[in-house]
Write a protein that binds this ligand. Structure first.
Ligand SMILES: Cc1cc2nc3c(=O)[nH]c(=O)nc-3n(C[C@H](O)[C@H](O)[C@H](O)COP(=O)(O)OP(=O)(O)OC[C@H]3O[C@@H](n4cnc5c(N)ncnc54)[C@H](O)[C@@H]3O)c2cc1C
Ligand code: FES
Length: 279
C-alpha cells in the first residue's frame, strides 16, 4: 500500500487555521480548512484526530455541518497538553488532522421524524453539526427541539448560535444552567437539564432523541425520556472514551466488544445500555 493510501487514516493531512474565537474562558472555536482545498467530507457526529508537531494528537468532534463545507469548525476545551497548545494557535497556523472517523448520527432514520437534540457542556459542539445540518435541510425533518444545559452562564457555549436558534421558528429551544450567581445578567432557567424534559410534549412513535454530554448526564436524561415513552431504539447516544489511533487498531476505546472510535461514537441506546460501563 502506498503512503497516499494512508493519508488521512494514519498520516495527518495539513490544515490551516482561518479564524480563532473565544467561546468561554476555557473553550475556543477554530475555523479550519484543508490546505489542499478538499472538503473534510464528514457527517454530523464524526470526529477527527487533531495533531500538532511536538504536542501529540487528540480526538475532536467536528462542530460544523458538512452542508457548510468551505471550511469546518472545532470547539475545543483546554483540557491538557494538545488542547492547551491548540489554544495558543493563531490565524494562518498549520495543524494536522486524520479522519473524519467514527459512526455519525443516523440521518436516514432521523429523516421525517421529530427530533429532540439534547446536549450538555462541550456536547453542544458535535450537536451543533447536526443542528446546522437540520437548519440547512429544513424539509427533511419534522419538529426540532433543542435542549442545552451548561454549568453556568459564563460557560455556555455557542451563545450566538443558541440565540439565533431560539429566535428561529424552525426550532423550539430550551436552555438551562446548573447555577447562576445573579451577577451574570442571566434570567433564564436554573436547574439540571433533566428539568427541561417533563414539560415537553411529543409523540414517542414519531420522535428520535439524540444525547451528547458529560457522562453524568446520560442516565438521568434517559430515565426522563423513557418516562415519556421513548424506547431505547429511538435514543441515540454519543459516547466518549480515551482514544489513540481512532481507527480500531489500539484497543484504547473499547466498550466490551465494541470500539468506540469505529462502532461509535454514536450508538443507539439499545446497542449499548446492557454493556458494562457503557453509560
Ligand atoms: C470522540 C471524541 C470527541 C471529542 N470531541 C471533543 C470536542 O469537540 N471538543 C473538546 O474540547 N474535546 C473533545 N474531546 C475530548 C478531547 O479529546 C480530550 O479533552 C483531549 O484528548 C485531551 O487531550 P490533551 O492532550 O489536551 O490532554 P491530556 O494532556 O492528554 O489529558 C488531559 C486530561 O484529559 C483526560 N482525557 C483525555 N482524553 C479524554 C477523553 N476522551 N475523555 C475524557 N478525558 C480525557 C486525560 O486522562 C487527562 O486527565 C473528544 C473526545 C472524543 C473521544
Ligand atoms: S482509538 Fe484505537 S481502537 Fe479505538
Amino acid at each position: 500500500m502506498t503512503a497516499a493510501c494512508h493519508t488521512g487514516l494514519y498520516l495527518p493531512i495539513e490544515c490551516e487555521i482561518l479564524s480563532v474565537s473565544e467561546l468561554t474562558p476555557a473553550e475556543k472555536l477554530f475555523q479550519v480548512r484543508r490546505t489542499d482545498g478538499v472538503p473534510l467530507g464528514h457527517l454530523p457526529g464524526q470526529f477527527i484526530q487533531v495533531s500538532l508537531l511536538g504536542w501529540g494528537e487528540a480526538p475532536i468532534s467536528v462542530a460544523s455541518s458538512p452542508t457548510r463545507n468551505n471550511f469546518f469548525e472545532l470547539g475545543v476545551r483546554r483540557a491538557g497538553t494538545l488542547t492547551g497548545a491548540m489554544h495558543q494557535l493563531k490565524v494562518g497556523d498549520v495543524i494536522g488532522i486524520r479522519g473524519p472517523f467514527g459512526r455519525p448520527f443516523d440521518l436516514s432514520r432521523m429523516r421525517g421524524k421529530d427530533l429532540l437534540l439534547i446536549s450538555g457542556g462541550c456536547g453542544l459542539a458535535p450537536m451543533r453539526s447536526l443542528i446546522q445540518y437540520c437548519e440547512d435541510r429544513p424539509s427533511e425533518f419534522g419538529r426540532i427541539s433543542i435542549l442545552y444545559g451548561a454549568k453556568n452562564p459564563t460557560y455556555t457555549l455557542f451563545k450566538d448560535d443558541l440565540a439565533a436558534w431560539n429566535a428561529s421558528a424552525r426550532f423550539a429551544c430550551s436552555l438551562t444552567v446548573d447555577n447562576s450567581t445573579g451577577k451574570d445578567c442571566y434570567s433564564g432557567n436554573v436547574g439540571l437539564i433533566t428539568s427541561l424534559i417533563p414539560p415537553l410534549t411529543f409523540d414517542p412513535s414519531k420522535t428520535i432523541a439524540a444525547i451528547v454530554g458529560p457522562p453524568v448526564m446520560y442516565r438521568s436524561v434517559i430515565t426522563e425520556l423513557k418516562t415519556k415513552g421513548l424506547t431505547s431504539d429511538r435514543i441515540a447516544v454519543s459516547l466518549e472514551r480515551q482514544m489513540r489511533c481512532g481507527v480500531g487498531k489500539c484497543g484504547h476505546c473499547t466498550i466490551e466488544h465494541l470500539y468506540c472510535c469505529q462502532d461509535g461514537p454514536v450508538f443507539w441506546l439499545n446497542e449499548v445500555e446492557h454493556l458494562r460501563g457503557a453509560l
